[in-house]
Design a protein around this ligand. Structure first.
Ligand code: PGA
Length: 246
């Protein structure tokens, strides 16, 4: 695991955009895994800007969203599919057929999880997985618990996650209780992982991810075992990391 600290959220996002653009230039038909959430918003904006400026080409890129709320359809403003559409897909030349996301409205959610995991595998796996980190150190919706769940699965969201995400909903009680998430194996099989962490609310989670024991109680800690995991953090998120990182 490599850790790079930037002074600000803006600088971290610019470094992330540079990293993604380098990946797409190196392999124009890359398969990219995409996190939703507040943290990658500027990264996606910068990728949209770069595409408009002709600096990067998404024509051959394929994407897999990391997770989705159960019960919210692609046209629901708080669904992650909608988020990705607004923040990235509508701004780059990505083919509709190259966009994949878990269907939170599927009648048979277990079958949907199996379908999604198989689709990732059929695409040849993920070249670059873009991750955020929850205040409880979750990645995707892999919540702290007694064991790592390997495959795409149904998750009951923790109260910590529902509280953190309530800011996106009109009423806190509207925050879904359930989600579909790629599993830890799905994530760890990615060739490269880019984890973004910004703000004082992530300080403890980032410390656990980088310096803590590798434990499913802090799911992001598993990334310490990945061969090509890059953590980009701003100073606020990195404030508890030991000197060697700062
Ligand atoms: P955030 O969420 O980027 O909105 O902070 C990250 C996450 O929960 O994984």
């Amino acid at each position: 695991m490599e850790v790079r600290i930037n002074d600000t959220y803006e600088e971290m996002s610019a470094a992330a955009a540079e990293f993604v653009i380098r990946q797409l230039r190196h392999k124009p038909n890359s398969v990219i895994g995409l996190a939703a959430g507040g943290t990658p918003c500027l990264l996606y904006q910068l990728l949209g800007d770069a595409c408009a400026a002709g600096e990067v080409d998404f024509a051959q890129v394929r994407t897999f969203s990391l997770d989705e709320y159960i019960g919210l359809g692609a046209d629901h403003p708080q669904s992650y599919r909608y988020f990705m559409e607004k923040r990235l897909f509508s701004r780059v030349n990505l083919a509709a057929a190259h966009i994949a996301a878990p269907d939170g409205m599927a009648a048979d959610i277990a079958a949907e999880c199996a379908r999604y995991g198989a689709a990732i595998e059929a695409a040849g796996g993920i070249d670059l997985m873009i991750l955020g980190i929850g205040p409880n150190a979750h990645i995707g919706f892999n919540e702290p618990g007694p064991c790592f769940v390997p495959d795409t699965h149904v998750v009951e969201l923790s109260e910590a996650t529902r509280t953190a995400n309530a800011r996106f909903f009109a009423r806190p009680e509207d925050t879904p209780h359930w989600a579909i998430s790629m599993g830890v194996r799905d994530i760890m099989l990615a060739q490269n992982i880019l984890l973004l962490s910004s703000g004082a609310g992530k300080t403890e989670a980032l410390y656990q991810a980088v310096c803590g024991d590798i434990t499913p109680e802090a799911p992001a800690s598993v990334l310490q075992l990945h061969r090509n995991a890059l953590v980009l953090a701003d100073r606020a998120a990195a404030s508890r990391l030991p000197e060697k990182y700062v």
